[in-house]
Design a protein around this ligand. Sequence first.
Ligand code: ATP
Ligand code: BTN
Length: 253
Amino acid sequence: MWNIHTYDELPSTQSHARAELEQGVAKHGDVIQALHQTTGRGRYENRRWHDRPGENLLMSIVLKEVTPGLIEKMQFLAGVSLLRALRLLIAKSDSKFKSDRVRLKWINDILIDERKISGVLSDALWTGSSLRGVVIGIGVNVNQSEFDNGLEDRATSLKAITGVDYSLEEVRSVILAAFGNALDEYRSLQSLMFDVAHELEWMRTLRGFDLLAPDGTAENGLTYLGITDDGLLWVRNDMGTIRAYDNATLRIL
Ligand code: ATP
Ligand code: BTN
């Protein structure tokens, strides 16, 4: 199912895959992987994904057909499959590892304990109302054991957790297998959100986090209340006001 294209260096696998989709040369199942990105992208223009050359998994997956109700929520499907894949990879080398230490953090981050190991991006490309494709970008810290750019105490990697040097090919193949299985498994947004809600339950223990919505709305002192069937985040502020947000960034770290 996957056609892997590996590059030593790209500005961003996400921008590369997206440009190929726009030019009409990308195929369903293409995977663009880079051993280093010079301008790795986060969800927002001014935030970068950093990596040390050759140490991490940096890839973008192109899908040209997607279950309609899931198109704008693919980051959740990728997030759930990444949780499964990372738990499996860690369990292989550390049988005592408690899998609930690997957590989904709204909206698209994977944490181990309090540190980020992986981030997901999902960009849908449309021509009018017709879908041209979705590009799912996945960054996983694999063998990098030291971080800079302000990530010293906020990032972790598979190697930092288990002490094992991983083959990037093995990590890629476990993640792509889990992602392929999730594409087969989740046929409705409701079934996906049911599992996402389960993975976000731990966020009920958080007190007083901050939120930034894409329209610039900022709120502080929030409590997590849950998510709706269609993937909105419910939060309550310390005045007791309850609101639902789509695509908001949470600051808990
Ligand atoms: P959201 O969860 O809403 O997407 P975010 O804080 O993850 O918010 P992004 O716009 O996606 O913000 O940007 C990626 C963020 O990931 C950066 O702000 C940076 O702090 C962090 N980051 C960058 N590189 C790494 C890495 N290799 N490991 C862990 N975290 C990283
Ligand atoms: C996030 O942390 O919120 C998202 C980070 C996504 C990073 C990956 S690395 C591969 C792909 N190419 C990019 O430029 N970004 C994504």
